[in-house]
Design a binder for this molecule. Structure first.
Ligand code: IPE
Ligand code: IPE
Ligand code: MG
Length: 256
């Protein structure tokens, strides 16, 4: 990318698989199969663009209530990804993690996750995290419980809660992308998204390309992020030439 990428932590809600398949008169499961093949391209592109952390929403706590056949397919696709991408993940020094409740996954898939997590734990490349069996509210509740158990009677602060999250080293989300056309965050990274830039695209996940991903990053990199402050050029103008005017405005506003 020609411009410098300032977006360190990018999170993606990979949505629209079912509608993609239904629109082609296929079963929803086909959409998940096609969608899962997009993941490695986007991981590679994120790495090329200098993103430091990429967090992908693969299965939410709410998704447990989907039909068993669909849930089982998603388990199988996770296993297939782990088997297929292991070598490439290691070659590219990607640090891989899964966050969420994986207890209901088959034992062989849990073993593959644990294996890859420990093999890559010291890698310094892209931090790739799959949110699987993940819920943002659950993560906050778990963080509060972990803290109160260790520090009975003590009060929580924002800083301490942040450090008690599943993967505090990922930091706040800079950019959330949701594919599939819906404009909501569906219980994803609620705490970490307090100041995220949001980008919603109509493209359904199986059609999402490296090119669109790159274009989104380019566009969002030009947005001004103010974090509650005012923009730098205005603040300079205010202090240099407006002081007297401001005083008068304030006086009249206060009824003086
Ligand atoms: C996203 O696609 C994948 C998961 C939630 C696991 P969906 O399955 O939600 O697809 P749509 O939104 O119904 O099209
Ligand atoms: C969010 O998509 C979860 C994932 C992409 C894994 P959903 O399709 O489950 O979200 P809702 O139900 O439309 O909010
Ligand atoms: Mg959906």
């Amino acid at each position: 990318m020609s411009e410098v990428n300032k977006l360190k932590h990018v999170a993606i809600i990979m949505d629209g698989n079912g509608r993609w398949a239904n629109g082609r008169s296929h079963a929803r499961i086909w959409g998940h199969v096609r969608g899962s093949s997009v993941v490695s391209n986007i991981v590679e592109e994120a790495d090329d663009l200098g993103v430091k952390a990429l967090t992908l929403y693969a299965f939410s706590t709410e998704n447990w209530s989907r039909p068993l056949a669909e849930v089982t397919t998603l388990f199988k696709l996770l296993k297939k990804f782990l088997l297929k991408e292991r070598k490439r993940i290691i070659k590219n020094q990607i640090r891989f993690k899964v966050m969420g409740d994986t207890s209901r996954l088959p034992q062989d898939t849990k073993d593959l996750i644990n294996g890859l997590e420990s093999e890559t734990s010291n890698f310094k490349g892209l931090k790739l995290t799959f949110a699987f069996g993940y819920g943002g509210r659950q993560e906050i509740v778990d963080a509060v419980n972990a803290f109160t158990e260790k520090n009975p009677g003590e009060k929580l602060t924002e800083d301490v809660l942040t450090k008690s999250l599943y993967n505090p080293e990922l930091g706040d989300v800079d950019l959330l992308i949701r594919t599939g056309g819906d404009q909501r965050i569906s219980n994803f990274l609620l705490w970490q998204m307090a100041y995220a830039e949001l980008y919603f695209t109509e493209t359904k996940w199986p059609d999402f390309t490296r090119k669109e991903f790159r274009q989104i990053l380019n566009k969002v990199n030009t947005r001004e992020r103010r974090f509650g402050q005012i923009c730098e050029s205005i603040s300079l103008l205010e202090t240099s030439s407006m002081a007297e005017k401001n005083k008068k405005i304030l006086e009249s506003a206060m009824g003086k």
